[in-house]
Design a protein around this ligand. Structure first.
Ligand code: T4K
Length: 367
């Protein structure tokens, strides 16, 4: 059987059945019902934030976060991410301005932000790639100095902390993804944590057609509400989160132990300041030192039925849909990383023997 890059974590089936049985009593399936309210409260506690709004997925959380801040002009962001980040900016009729990333952890290079600021810049949207938390203090300092908003794409960083501070507390808004492939899932889902209550009112309205009350529709919203079955999945999965992260940590550490010394294979530098969630395990292949390039290793793994992924290739400013609009060479480090990266299978119940097999393949293929 193929080994896939990840596998959704799921609660025991009976636990989910018990959780959803009250939905059969109430017949209340969506539109901010009891499960939605309960998950919202539990996430507020878990993430140690004052305010959180739930969404149908992480992408809509980001798109509506940008919209709620009523931004115009240009948003500084990075291309080394899932297309969602860039699409959310463009779909808000804003212009993404791409900043390069740090080679060590793939987050925005704070030393290159200021040179990209123009009189049209209204916000910075960095990404906590693979759960590596950005240099949030420097970003906030730059934003304050230039009067810019900060929106974090925290899709990969659920439940993490930096220097003891929850990731949901950084910037004006931080957005999470609860997709099936994430450390914590609600099947599909997402959330936005925010500081300003006025932003919260807008987020709530935007996800519910702009409805203020039965007779007042004062916003041009869409529909991005999390339904009751997804919220119930979240309530169950949240109970198992700590265990999930502990198991992922074991897999992660075994990979590090086995792969760190292989010539030409570079791993992420994990910051000691971050309580990590072990969302992804990327490796970067230096073709000259390893003897084979990333694509060759990807194919060899594939031949052994190991389906790794090239998260994130292509970088978003090189995607076909943006052809002729941006130049990927403007972000040379992101471009290089995207040509070197493979994300290896990582999930809580990944068998030790499979991890050993993957490491053996990578080791024996090196020159
Ligand atoms: N910002 C960032 C930085 C993101 O990475 C993402 C999403 C977003 C924003 C947007 O958040 P959402 O709107 O998605 O909540 C996947 C996910 O669909 C996407 O959520 C994720 N990032 C992205 C990095 O990866 P694909 O197209 O690679 O997924 P797919 O279907 O190939 O699945 C990958 C593997 O996961 C499968 O081989 C097996 C496993 N899997 C998949 C599904 C769908 C499961 O075990 N269960 C499942 O139900 O995009």
């Amino acid at each position: 059987m193929s080994v896939l890059v990840t596998r959704s974590s799921m609660p025991p089936m009976q636990e989910y059945i018990d959780e959803i049985s009250s939905i059969w009593d109430s017949h209340w399936l969506t539109n901010m019902g009891e499960k939605h309210k309960e998950l919202q409260k539990r996430l507020r506690d878990k993430l140690e934030v004052e305010n959180i709004e739930l969404f149908t997925n992480g992408h809509m959380a980001i798109e509506m976060a940008l919209q709620s801040l009523e931004l115009t002009g240009e948003v500084i962001t990075t291309p080394y991410t899932f297309v969602s980040t860039t699409h959310a900016i463009v779909r808000n009729n804003l212009t993404p301005v791409f900043c390069d990333v740090n080679p060590d952890d793939c987050t925005i290079d704070v030393n290159k932000i200021e040179q990209l600021i123009t009189d049209k810049t209204t916000a910075i949207m960095p990404v906590h790639v693979y759960g590596n938390i950005c240099d949030v203090d420097s970003i906030q300092e730059i934003a304050d100095r230039h009067g810019l908003k900060v929106i974090y794409d925290a899709a990969h960083a659920f439940a993490e902390k930096k220097d003891g501070v929850s990731v949901g507390r950084f910037g004006d808004v931080s957005c999470f993804s609860f997709h099936a492939t994430k450390v914590f899932n609600t099947i599909e889902g997402g959330a936005a944590c925010y500081k300003d209550p006025k932003v919260g009112e807008k987020l709530y309205q935007l996800k519910n057609f702009g409805i203020k009350n039965e007779e007042t529709i004062n916003g041009i919203g869409a529909n991005a509400k999390m339904n009751e079955f997804c919220a119930a999945m979240g309530i169950c999965n949240l109970r198992h989160l700590d265990d999930e992260i502990k198991k992922r940590k074991l897999v992660y550490e075994r990979y590090v132990e086995r792969l760190a010394k292989i010539k030409g294979i570079r791993l992420i530098n994990q910051s000691s300041k971050v309580d990590f969630n072990y969302a992804y395990f990327p490796i970067f292949v230096d073709a000259e030192k390893y003897g084979h390039d990333r694509n060759e290793l990807y194919e060899v793994l594939m031949q052994h039925d190991i389906i790794s992924r090239k998260y994130f290739y292509p970088i978003t400013n090189a995607c076909d849909c943006y052809s002729g609009r941006f130049n990927p060479n403007d972000t040379p480090i992101a471009l290089r990383l995207s040509n070197e990266v493979i994300t290896l299978p990582l999930y809580a119940d990944l068998d030790d023997d499979i991890v050993e097999m993957i490491c053996n393949i990578i080791q024996s293929y090196s020159v």
